[in-house]
Write a protein of this length. Sequence first.
Length: 208
Amino acid sequence: MQKRGMFRSKKGALELSINSIVIIIIAMTVLGLGLAFVKNFFGGAGDIQQQVLDASKQDILDAMRRGDKKLSFPGDRIDIEGGDEKVIVIGVKNVEPQDISFVVCLDEIVGDVETPILPDSNLATSAAKPAAFLWDKLTQKLDAGEPNVYPITIKTARTASGTKLYKIKVLRDDTTSTPVSNAKCGTSLTVPDAGIEYITNSFFIKFI
């Protein structure tokens, strides 16, 4: 009788152990599927974002080839959440009969004062610097009639709020013997050639 009780006890313990193993296997399987789903979801989201960006670039190029606009810009106002990062794409077209070289500059406008902004590879923000920008500051070249697109990354501080006014400037650096350096971006250029300013566009960033 005692042996039968011990047998039942061992059998019950074995069943409990098997059930525990099954539960662990199921849990690990579900966890693995969940991790795979998350990986595929975010990986797919990144792929979709890149596809949208590529399509946007192509749309800008197609539109600029059909017209004579010097600059294509996303709009007069860009809405971006605090702590977020966004890539915008601008287009520049050479409407001159000859090749041109230029640099892209950014200013922050407060009242009547324009302050030059330098590209920030770290995209560091703070309370005093609610938005950081990163773009190619090197000299760009375009053949006559040729358009091209240039991405600008914007990163905002988590505490950013309100609205800021900025200006994008496309400055020629081939119309004078003195090249336009990035140190001059945003400042009043004193070179005699008025054609140094190819095109400008003011825009707002609203932190939402």
